[in-house]
Write a protein that binds this ligand. Sequence first.
Ligand code: PLP
Length: 402
Amino acid sequence: MKKTTGLDRSKTAKWRPATRAVRSGTWRSDHGETSEALYLTSGFTYDSAQEVADRFAGEASGMQYSRFQNPTVAMLEERIAAMEGAEACKAQASGMAAMTSALLCMLSQGDHVVAARAAFGSCRWILANVLNRFGITHTVVDGRDNAAWEAAVQENTKVFFFETPANPTLDIVDLEFVCGLAKSKGITTVVDNAFATAALQRPLEYGADVIAYSATKLMDGQGRVLCGAVCGSEQWVNEYLSPFQRNTGPVCSPFNAWVVMKGLETLDLRAHRQSENALAVGKFVEERVERVLHPGLPSFAQHNLAMKQMDACGPIFSFIVPGGRAKAFAVLDALELVDISNNIGDAKTLACHPASTTHNNMGEEGRAEMGVEEGMIRINVGLEDPQDLIEDLDQAFVKAGI
Ligand SMILES: *Cc1c(COP(=O)(O)O)cnc(C)c1O
């Protein structure tokens, strides 16, 4: 196979992110195909016994087994690494496989994690129900509060873990401050970048160490496959992530990798258009309900910080309808164009009630602490004409008596 662009930094380093999303990590076979090939194979064959021995000894490069590497998955990994500005990337079966691998591969008994409280429900679950069983403790902080990060650091703190913007309150973490604080104390920062993706925000530029992804969301972008990815330095990936993943097996299927790779080719276009659409729809919703949580709106408390570290505001926002769960359900049930779905990042506009779905397993107290109110609706704005979305929400508000 010819690596036409690969991770040859002399070539890709000067490309802008949109170009990397289309071109990086393209390996062509002798056929010279334009679209990346899909290698649906679990194993590989060798010309000699010595050749396979050399590969297992790490003395020769080449594929061995698709739990270790696969050409299609490797292409996706190179493309994501190039987009993120990372030295290395490994793809996983899902976003949660990525989060779990990123944390478990480097944490040991007695270690401590500081995490932002506004987070994807399962991320909080891992901290409380997996890591704690192995003697890894954590402190949850308000991710917006720089002083809280500083105050939560202990002698045994190994990792800062957060997403920004966060699900579903859109809380923004100050990347420059928090990553800088971690650096000064030798702490590894793990950022879940699923809401923004490299098209809108590149945390490594602010000093983050590890980027963990649900590629299921904006990266695929069309609601087709589950996929995850973790990016970091070559040394971190080789020392921690690769051996963990190779032996525990939460790997990405070649088919899913191929689908996501094709999704990445339109990511820049989609992420920017969906951000524009979200802003248009958000401005309309702001006229109808009192509170809209959307980083792109000047009314958002952290609007300036969001715009400093993001290229655009992203497709997702939340709003709170008066009247709690019953009214939120009434709005959702009255929607005709927008689908009720807990997924995000899709080209289709989707709305859900976080308190009863994505954040159901946190319990009432956890939700209250995180600001996930009963009247909250989260919306992922897709690629439809925003005027059609506004008209649909308008009729749903009217039907629900808002
Ligand atoms: C969806 C999501 C995840 C989990 O990803 P899956 O691909 O569903 O496993 C993690 N973090 C964030 C912010 C997400 O939106």
